[in-house]
Design a protein around this ligand. Structure first.
Ligand SMILES: C[S@@+](CC[C@H](N)C(=O)[O-])C[C@H]1O[C@@H](n2cnc3c(N)ncnc32)[C@H](O)[C@@H]1O
Length: 270
């Protein structure tokens, strides 16, 4: 007989062997999914026998993870602030540091119209409208696939966002812009989980990673209605983005750091 604890130990070793960064956590999340339980319960159930059927189903998920498919795509969901969002390869998996953009939105005056540019699965727009239902949210993306996923998330969560297919600001007008656009420099090496599975259109932003951010800031500068723009950036890009904001007529008023102390969001105000 094999116990759940032994299954978990074997799976952890297999994931560590192929270089997964958090093998134990991944193995636990996948086993909890197969058992329709949560991770805390696994500790209590470690001595339980693993049935043949359970082992087959667990192995199927582990095989995907061994090939480095992200756990969020395997489970089909990801937590973001207070929401559980459906995720799949149509859009980037939302990252914890992107919650900083939501925090900028939480400070806005009552009733402000806000556009989430490059909304992906809708994470920023949906989290913000859930926490501040008085705000008017627009979620814009150039990808039809991402927008269909965002719409599905909104419907499932019962949240109202206006979804727009738009190349940056081509179809969008709002006084506040929040944007997590692609900012990885072309050719920059990425972990296999990201490079092999997440949409490249959501990741890469030209030779220095700033092609889309540069275009968005220039467009925002020409739109007198834009009062505030907050941009998520890569860890080396804060100075360059502050300079772009200044050129476009925005005061680069602040930078916000993630939990690792890295400058992740630059805020520009007219
Ligand atoms: C880094 S992902 C961010 C997704 C989401 N905001 C998040 O944080 O999880 C960037 C998104 O920008 C979108 N995008 C790329 N080029 C764009 C453009 N020219 N106009 C609008 N959206 C664009 C991509 O389709 C992708 O969904």
């Amino acid at each position: 007989m094999t116990t759940l604890g032994e299954e978990l130990a074997g799976a952890t070793a297999a994931l560590a062997e192929v270089g997964c960064e958090s093998p134990r956590l991944d193995a636990e999340l996948l086993l909890a999914h197969v058992l329709s339980t949560d991770r805390a319960q696994l500790v209590l159930r470690g001595g339980e026998e693993a049935s043949g059927e359970l082992r087959t189903r667990y192995l199927a998920l582990l095989t995907r993870r061994v090939k480095r498919e992200p756990v969020a795509y395997i489970l089909g969901r990801r937590a973001f602030r207070q929401l559980t969002l459906a995720v799949d390869p149509r859009a980037l998996i939302p990252r914890p540091e992107t919650e900083l953009l939501v925090e900028v939105g939480l400070e806005l005056p009552h009733g402000t119209r806000v556009a989430d540019i490059g909304t992906g699965c809708g994470a920023v727009a949906l989290a913000l409208v859930q926490e501040r239902p008085d705000l008017e949210l627009i979620g814009a993306d150039i990808s039809d696939g991402a927008l269909s996923l965002a719409r599905m998330n909104a419907q499932r969560l019962g949240l109202t966002v206006k979804w727009v297919r738009s190349d940056l600001l081509s179809e969008v007008s709002a006084p506040v812009l929040l944007a997590n656009l692609p900012y990885v420099a072309d050719g920059e090496p990425l972990p296999p989980d990201v490079a092999l599975y997440e949409p490249h259109r959501a990741l890469f932003g030209g030779p220095d990673g700033l092609d889309l951010i540069r275009r968005l800031i220039a467009q925002a500068g020409e739109r007198q209605e834009v009062e505030l723009i907050a941009l998520e950036i890569g860890h080396t890009q804060a100075d360059a983005v502050s300079a772009l904001l200044a050129q476009a007529g925005f005061r680069s008023s602040e930078r916000r750091r993630d939990l690792a102390g890295i400058e992740r969001v630059v805020v520009g105000r007219r």
